[in-house]
Design a protein around this ligand. Structure first.
Ligand code: COA
Length: 472
């Protein structure tokens, strides 16, 4: 338990009464005090009891998402893998008390137990997933109720942060999730993928085509190397690798089997690309018109990344290379001779929710020294609200204070605040990719004492920028 005190967080998030006295200005009008709630939908939602489902109830649980996402049931062959990934004890399902339990849930939310890379550390993270409400039960506050209960459960497990991919961007800000990463899709046409001559090339590297399943250990080695320093990467166990490499012929849509290109030297693997091709010809012109889709490309160093891209972007007969879920500031955009030709399409990626503020802020590292008092608002988890003094020594220690490199503390204080911000903005900045200075320019963060925001914004920023290569 931390200074935030997860019981306080959990009680509030479950919609219970907060007995500990909070300063009046920090009390939550909407959620923490049922008597004081203004949100009628939140009150209505409480009539839909929420509980985890059992393994037997999984088909009914999944059916909610099938209706909500307009998809069919999974293929029989996929069920074992889905079962390995499903964490029944972390599932939440809302039921209509007017119906028999056999009618199944009307709303769902789940979570995966991840370890996620954050600036300078790897922290336990709830990977929120399977959020869905039956179309016939929408806009009655069921999502709100599920989110509140889920945050309480995450706090009780001691996970300092939660992260998710949003189906639609307006959904999660109201629950304190902030937009923490961006990703980009690239489309490069034939002849547009030349790398600049000054890009590093390592003659010691060799490229090898392999079947992904055969080189899974090599893939894991590269991935784990990158994960150690790449905020936004989530730990992968065997089931997650199986999900990434899943490639049933029925799902290929005319593409080849998934293939792997490994970049390695005498010491082992340094990078990989997972890709599939679609051999095509223009029937009128008889010109080659093949496509190549990169499912994932991960490299531990710039020369390995360049070697992989150089090969894929120059494949014979390929009219178009498509790479999705790339970092928006992908280094390849500085390796390409003509980066505009990558036609980047940028969208939001991971949304981060700080669940246990002092734990989360003390768990990551800060790139330069900072000593600042934050005034934080958090309607759903009032245990996070109030003033916190964040002291961090930076990566090379704090000159004068004697604090060792990387030292961080985050404690409650009654000192005057320097910077005021919401938990959503703190979550957006947490992985180091969304600058607090930019959020201040948007009017979402307020500098209360001149000269305190810029050092905080700089200290929270991080290289490399966060990137999550897989939707969960
Ligand atoms: C999105 C979804 C879960 C919302 O569930 P719901 O029970 O209708 O949501 P609630 O009634 O609790 O609404 C909570 C708030 O979100 C808002 N909201 C809900 N769906 C929204 C949407 N699609 N776009 C914008 N706002 C939305 C509500 O207006 C409400 O706003 P308020 O806080 O101002 O009162 C549900 O519509 C759904 O299953 N959609 C399809 C699947 C999906 O997109 N799931 C999310 C996966 S990340």
């Amino acid at each position: 338990m931390t200074a935030a005190g997860y019981p306080l967080i959990a009680v509030a998030a479950r919609g219970g009464t907060l007995t500990p006295a909070l300063p009046a200005g920090l009390r939550c009008e909407n959620d923490s005090h049922p008597a004081g709630r203004k949100d009628k939908k939140a009150i209505m939602a409480d009539v839909y009891p929420i509980r985890p489902v059992t393994d037997d109830e999984f088909p009914a649980y999944r059916a909610v998402a099938e209706h909500a996402f307009h998809i069919g049931p999974p293929a029989e062959r996929d069920l074992p893998l889905i079962g390995r990934l499903f964490e029944a004890d972390r599932s939440l399902a809302a039921f209509d008390p007017a119906l028999p339990v056999s009618a199944g849930p009307v709303g769902t939310a789940g979570a995966f137990t991840f370890q996620m890379s954050v600036p300078g550390a790897v922290v336990p993270t709830a990977g929120v997933t399977a959020v869905a409400v039956l179309p016939t039960y929408r806009r009655r506050g069921i999502l709100r109720s599920l989110m509140r209960r889920q945050l309480a459960d995450i706090a009780a497990r001691g996970e300092p942060i939660a992260a998710l991919w949003a189906s639609e961007t307006p959904l999660y800000g109201r629950f304190g999730y902030g937009r923490a990463t961006t990703h980009a899709s690239f489309v490069l046409r034939r002849g547009e993928g030349a790398l600049a001559p000054w890009v590093p090339a390592d003659p010691g590297l060799r490229l090898r085509i392999a079947s992904p399943a055969v080189v899974i250990a090599e893939l894991g080695k590269v991935y784990d190397t990158v994960l150690a320093t790449q905020p936004g990467f989530c730990s992968r166990n065997d089931a997650w690798w199986d999900r990434l490499l899943k490639d049933p012929p029925e799902d290929r849509n005319g593409f080849s089997p998934l293939r792997c290109l490994l970049a390695e030297d005498e010491c082992g693997p340094r990078g990989y690309a997972l890709y599939a091709g679609q051999g095509r010809w223009d029937e009128n012109t008889f010109l080659p018109d093949s496509r190549l889709v990169v499912r994932e490309l991960t490299a531990a160093d710039p020369a390995a990344a360049a070697a992989l891209w150089r090969d894929l972007l120059s494949r014979d007969l390929v009219a178009e290379v498509i790479a999705r879920l790339r970092p928006a500031d992908d280094p390849v955009l500085y390796q390409l001779l003509d980066p505009r030709r990558a036609r980047p399409q940028v969208a939001d990626g991971l949304w981060v929710r700080i669940v246990d503020l002092p734990h989360a802020l003390a768990a990551r590292r800060y790139c330069c020294p900072v000593d600042v008092v934050l005034e934080v608002t958090d309607e759903l988890l009032p245990g996070n609200a109030g003033r916190w003094r964040l002291r961090a020594a930076g990566l090379s220690g704090s000159a004068g204070s004697g604090a060792p490199a990387g030292a961080v503390s985050c404690e409650r204080t009654s000192d005057p605040a320097d910077v005021a911000l919401g938990i959503r903005e703190l979550g957006a900045a947490y992985l180091g990719g969304t600058r607090l200075g930019m959020l201040a320019a948007a009017g979402l963060v307020t500098e209360l004492r001149a000269g305190t925001l810029a050092p905080l914004s700089a200290a929270m920023s991080w290289d490399p920028a966060p990137w999550c290569p897989k939707i969960f």
